[in-house]
Design a protein around this ligand. Structure first.
Ligand code: GMT
Length: 381
């Protein structure tokens, strides 16, 4: 198949999932074309049938806001025509689904039939998309997609709840390439951050308010009162200054390290004793799955799609959003009990295996085949 993939090329989960999917499809022999404004961060090795088409938005002084969506739609039209694509798969509804709709209709007017599949990832529905400034366009683009997927049952339900969607949404959970998280050397990172055998708590995110990073620091600070430990953060974003200020206020700075937007985050997961994910809402929680693939138990909130991954008392613990005391108690229970830690590490890994790429990628391939068959113009019409 000749597949076009549109996504955000950044560190965010939707971009990571889209890029890993494209790479796997290329390795399966499909011809995969990324149409994005920058090289996706996980586009990290050469595969001959994996291609990149940049979307270049030129500045025009008349516009206060450059019309990215139109440029993207035009680029999709161009790539579909010249690379003879069979289908488009867009990740994150805003603005990719509506741009794909526009591209499909332009191509239809030229006698070219191209279906598009929309994968909903989370904030495109739960935070941004349902805002009145986007809602009518998102509802329309979802209903007009040739197929729609959501990354969890929870996100599927949220979509039906917030939008007037009159069509089927298939749940295809996010997946993980387990080999990426196996056999990482831990010595360097441990030596650098926990030279005296301190326990390591870890959090990775885009530091947006929805992640409640402040809760992670507060949990760490309380755990640190009882057990020598360190807190590592990966990622970056708007709440970082607030978190740094809180560390200073709590006097924990010397035990907290901000590692920034790491390309090889698996090296840090592999040294962690617990992954802290206190999010306000989380459609799936890819970071939790990455932790589990690294044998790291997850201390999380119980919101959105997290309970579909993290099993309370088995692969980690869950608490109500904002319940710092409960998260602290759970972390201490885990860190103080070596037997429990070993059991949870193993169960976390086994749970992650259920989301391995080998079980999930074929679900997308089957969806592509069905969508292509359903969208073939009726020969007898
Ligand atoms: O978490 C974010 O803010 C980034 C966002 C994205 O689009 O990259 O993540 C969303 O999609 C991920 C991949 O499907 C999910 O694992 C995250 O749970 C989801 N984030 C939220 O729902 C807040």
């Amino acid at each position: 198949m000749r597949i076009g993939i549109v996504c955000y090329p950044t560190f965010g989960g939707s971009g990571v999932v889209a890029t890993e999917l494209g790479k796997e499809l290329a390795l399966e022999g499909h011809d995969v074309h990324f149409i994005t404004y920058d090289l996706p961060v996980r586009f990290d090795h050469f595969i001959s049938n994996l291609h990149y088409h940049e979307v270049v938005v030129n500045d025009y002084p008349l516009f206060d806001y450059q019309p990215y969506e139109l440029v993207l739609a035009s680029r999709m039209v161009d790539v579909v025509k010249h690379e003879q694509l069979d289908l488009l798969h867009v990740h994150y509804a805003i603005p990719h689904a509506s741009a794909a709709y526009m591209a499909r209709e332009i191509l239809r007017s030229q006698g070219i039939n191209i279906p598009f599949i929309t994968t909903l990832h989370g904030t495109d529905i739960t935070l941004v998309g349902k805002d009145a400034s986007f809602e009518p366009v998102i509802t329309f683009a979802i209903n007009q997609s040739n197929a729609v997927t959501a990354v969890s049952e929870s996100l599927k339900e949220d979509t039906y709840q917030h939008f007037n969607v009159n069509r089927e949404i298939e749940v295809i959970p996010n997946f993980i390439d387990l080999s990426r998280y196996e056999g990482c050397s831990t010595e360097g990172v441990t030596k650098a951050f926990a030279p005296n055998g301190e326990r390591i708590l870890f959090h990775a995110s885009n530091f947006r308010p929805v992640k409640r990073v402040e809760d992670a620091i507060r949990v760490f600070s309380k755990v640190r009162e009882e057990i020598p430990c360190k807190m590592l953060f990966a990622g970056d974003g708007p709440d970082r200054p607030k978190i740094e200020a809180l560390c200073r206020q709590l006097g924990t700075c010397k035990d907290v390290h901000f590692l920034g937007k790491l390309k090889h985050i698996e090296e840090v997961y592999s040294v962690a004793d617990a992954f802290i994910l206190p999010s306000e809402t989380e459609s799936f929680g890819l970071a939790a799955l990455e932790a589990m693939a690294s044998h790291v138990p997850v201390i999380s909130s119980n919101t959105g799609g997290i309970p579909e991954i993290n099993i309370h008392g088995e692969t980690g613990f869950m608490s109500n959003v904002g319940d710092i005391d409960d998260m602290t108690a759970n972390t201490l229970k885990l860190l103080k009990d070596d037997e429990l830690m070993a059991k949870m590490r193993q169960r976390a890994y086994l749970r992650a295996k259920e989301f391995s790429k080998d079980s999930i990628i074929p679900m997308y391939e089957r969806l592509y085949e069905r969508t292509l068959a359903d969208s073939k113009p009726n020969q007898n019409a």
